[in-house]
Design a protein around this ligand. Structure first.
Ligand SMILES: [Zn+2]
Length: 237
């Protein structure tokens, strides 16, 4: 327990909470920029089982934000290198690799049995598939995204607004989207915090609220978002 001494000291965690984290299963979709802090902090915190989902290989243009990888790993599989790095940080946790493209027809199998899903992808199509899959399976989802100096995060479950409730994806974004590594780090770290709060059953999770971060003005703003009765993702539950 020495490894977790500083977090076990927290009233919200303690030895009991640490055991809960150890028993927890989290699926992280995407092993890129947001996933770098997400995976690192969940691994450090002792989340017992982490599934990494990504079919991509490391490219040089990833390196400004995907700090799990270095120059020597360009061309290698992201999930393989990520597993290696994370096991070096904490050999007591279990890491599963899924090197498949996430689609409508495999999402259920991949997220089945998990306590939380964290979405760390950079495209609208996959986000909406993950959003629908988590609502259908009734698994809490932590979403986050970055555009330049701006980032957002939101927690989703059946009783609250989802990405489709707010018509996410209706605006066409620039591809590839611009991203400053440090901003990606802020948002990914926030996703890890929300995930740990959900696992521990703590209050104050960002359900029904979107947290916006503007790095240029150095400000955070939380906006309440309502469930939309016309939402197609919610209507299929
Ligand atoms: Zn919805």
């Amino acid at each position: 327990m020495m490894r977790y001494q500083r977090q076990v000291l927290m009233n919200q965690i303690g030895e009991n909470g640490q055991n809960i984290l150890k028993q927890s299963k989290v699926v992280v979709i995407g092993a890129g920029g947001l996933a770098s802090p997400v995976l690192t902090y969940l691994t450090c915190a002792g989340v017992g089982t982490i599934t990494l989902v990504d079919y991509d290989t490391i490219s040089e243009s990833n390196l400004n934000r995907q700090f799990l990888y270095g120059e020597k790993e360009v061309g290698k599989s992201k999930v393989e290198v990520a597993e290696e790095v994370l096991s070096r940080i904490n050999s007591t946790i279990t890491i599963h690799q899924v090197s498949e493209k996430l689609e409508e027809n495999n999402i259920m199998e991949i997220i089945k049995g998990s306590d939380v899903v964290i979405d760390c992808v950079d495209n609208v199509e996959t986000r909406l598939i993950v959003n629908r899959g988590c609502l259908q399976m009734d698994i809490p989802l932590v979403e986050g995204g970055v555009n330049g100096f701006y980032g957002f995060i939101i927690a989703i479950k059946r009783e609250y607004a989802c990405l489709q409730c707010v018509r996410y994806g209706d605006t066409v974004l620039k591809r590839p989207s611009p991203a400053l590594g440090a901003v990606v780090g802020v948002i990914g770290s926030l996703q890890a915090v929300e995930c740990i709060k959900i696992l521990l059953g703590l209050e104050g999770v960002l359900y029904g609220r979107m947290l916006n971060y503007d790095g240029l003005s150095a400000s955070f703003e939380t906006v309440e978002i309502q469930k939309n009765h016309m939402c197609q993702a919610h209507s299929i539950i």
